[in-house]
Design a protein around this ligand. Structure first.
Ligand code: ZN
Length: 165
């Protein structure tokens, strides 16, 4: 479920976005989501449901020419931009590395399993590292709202894009 302050912030940005609600009982829904989204957009701008974007921070992402942009989010005792909390993957990156999400998040032979939601961010970032892509950090950091321990992100929900699906 998208946190109310996050929805308010997205509305304030005045850009198109579409929420995605994943099945919280399905540990692999997040991986399938990323497999499905990669390569479908001009710039893929993605935000998890409990990450509060600073004012105008989302608008700055498509305006930036770098391929992988992110805002730092709090991970307890430190800030990190190596998350999928609020990121942009440019059109050029997705088309230069069209298989990245599929390599990072392979399906099981039966097709019903993939990478557990907890490891999706690290799996994608590992592939970016392998490809030599470095993150461009935008300031200020985003506020990471409360996350309930042990529960899935529940809907890596609001995404915005220049080309809504
Ligand atoms: Zn940037």
């Amino acid at each position: 479920m998208i946190e109310r302050p996050v929805l308010d912030a997205l509305e304030g940005e005045g850009r198109d976005y579409y929420p995605v609600q994943l099945d919280p009982e399905d540990d692999f829904a997040y991986a399938r989501y990323w497999r499905g989204e990669w390569g479908r957009h001009l710039d893929l701008i993605f935000e998890e449901e409990d990450v509060l974007p600073p004012l105008d921070s989302i608008a700055a992402l498509p305006a930036c020419k770098r391929e992988w942009c992110a805002l730092e989010v709090s991970l307890g005792d430190h800030l990190s931009a190596r998350t999928l909390g609020l990121v942009k993957f440019s059109y050029s990156l997705q088309h230069r590395l069209p298989d990245l999400a599929f390599q990072a998040l392979p399906l099981s032979r039966s097709g019903d399993r993939s990478v557990h939601w907890r490891s999706v961010d690290s799996a994608i970032i590992r592939e970016l590292d392998f490809a030599g892509v470095t993150v461009h950090i935008h300031q200020p950091p985003a506020l990471h709202l409360h996350r309930y321990p042990g529960s899935p992100p529940g809907g890596p929900a609001p995404a915005t894009s220049d080309t809504p699906a």
